[in-house]
Design a protein around this ligand. Structure first.
Ligand SMILES: Cc1ncc(COP(=O)(O)O)c(C=O)c1O
Length: 379
């Protein structure tokens, strides 16, 4: 059987990871400034994480959600404490798209409404409902076009108010810092207005923190910088450091009922062991503080790149914007300098999403390499 060929692949086969590096089958060492789409939070093969998963799989890897699983409670308690969101309840699932699907479903149950508002350039996943609220027509099949959704411009409170005042909107879903879209972030004033308008019109506010959450931006959640309190927060990516796990944090006022949501694999023992280890390491190694500090270093060093048009993002969710397309630059960095970076729908943007335990000397290597790579590709 062949694989269903949906991914354009680089001719590289990583077989081992360690901290901020991955190694291919020939032993070549790569600096990972992409974390496999912002997934690697505490670093590749972190020893505490490896031990936690190994010990758990030897005891019990999986049993269904029809029995008690104290690991889910431990995870919820630790997540509540570390994120400062103790007054939310947790539902566990397996991926970012699934988290957002469940968030939309909860909002629809709670409000009795079905329309959802999303923003220009948003990315919320590829499954049925969330691809409908993703701003990319190319990845929507006819089946996905049948949802009641409305796109509005980011940072445009007037059009948002016009839509919300129709009082048929279940949820507004947003990324505090857009990931795939290209690291744009609206103003604090806008986010506060969105929160106020949602409350006023009986609409729930969903913060998609799948990519920007778990300490990546220097705050546990990116929306926290703006002093707002969403009704639902979705998480995945960094939550399991590569182990598939996702979830939604649901405000206390929203009441659960048996059967309202469900999943076979979500919150299984092995996933919880991975999730707990990630939270312990994030806390013990102060990784979100590291993200904040290193951003300052990147900001300072990025002044040395004359071709750079704009530095976007915060913490270790960074975009370097140029006034040319970066595809050739990314290839040069990967194949000549052995550095992984990411792309965005904005083709002029180089995305940097490293493991959160990265250090200054790794960025020194990056800045040396990019100077050479720019000279090679821009002449
Ligand atoms: C902000 C955001 N939401 C949701 C998703 C979808 O997550 P997953 O690929 O785990 O389904 C992504 C993935 O890139 C994302 O960046």
């Amino acid at each position: 059987m062949n694989l269903f060929d949906v991914y354009p692949l680089y001719d590289i086969t990583p077989v081992k990871g360690e901290g901020v590096h991955v190694f291919d089958e020939n032993g070549t060492k790569y600096l990972d400034l992409y974390g496999g789409h912002a997934v690697i939070s505490i670093g590749h093969a972190h020893p505490e994480y490896v031990n936690a998963i190994s010990e758990q799989v030897q005891k019990l890897g999986f049993y269904s959600n029809s029995i008690k699983n104290p690991l889910q409670e431990e995870l919820a308690e630790k997540l509540g404490k570390l994120s400062g969101c103790e007054n939310y309840n947790l539902f566990l699932c397996n991926s970012g798209a699934e988290a957002n699907e469940n968030a939309l479903k909860v909002a629809s149950f709670q409000t009795g409404r079905s329309r959802v508002i999303y923003f220009e350039n948003a990315f919320h996943g590829r499954t049925s409902g969330v691809v409908a609220v993703t701003d990319n027509e190319k990845i929507k099949a006819p089946f996905n076009q049948r949802h009641e959704v409305t796109k509005v411009c980011f940072d445009d409170p007037k059009s948002l108010e016009k839509e919300l005042s129709k009082k048929d909107v279940a949820a507004v879903i947003f990324e505090a810092i857009q990931g795939v879209g290209g690291l744009d972030e609206a103003s604090t004033e806008f986010y506060r207005t969105v929160e106020r308008l949602c409350k006023q019109h009986g609409t729930l506010l969903i913060a998609d923190e799948v990519q920007s959450g778990y300490g990546r931006t220097g705050d546990f959640f990116a929306f926290q910088k703006h002093g707002i309190q969403p009704d639902i927060i979705s998480v995945a990516k960094g939550m399991g450091n590569g182990f598939p796990i996702g979830g939604i944090l649901i405000a206390e006022e929203i009441k659960a009922s048996h059967g309202m949501l469900g999943t076979t694999f979500g919150g299984n023992h092995l996933a919880c062991a991975a999730g707990i280890a990630v939270l312990d390491v994030l806390k013990n190694e102060a990784l979100s503080e590291n993200a904040k500090d290193l951003y300052e270093y990147v900001k300072e060093r990025s002044n040395e790149i004359p071709q750079l048009k704009k530095l976007k993002g915060r913490g270790l969710m960074i975009g370097l914007e140029f006034d040319f397309e970066v595809a050739a630059l990314r290839k040069e960095l990967l194949f000549k300098h052995h550095i992984f970076t990411g792309a965005a729908s904005n083709k002029n943007l180089l995305r940097i999403l490293p493991p959160l335990n990265i250090q200054k000397d790794h960025f020194d290597r990056f800045f040396q390499a990019i100077e050479v790579a720019l000279a090679q590709t821009q002449n």
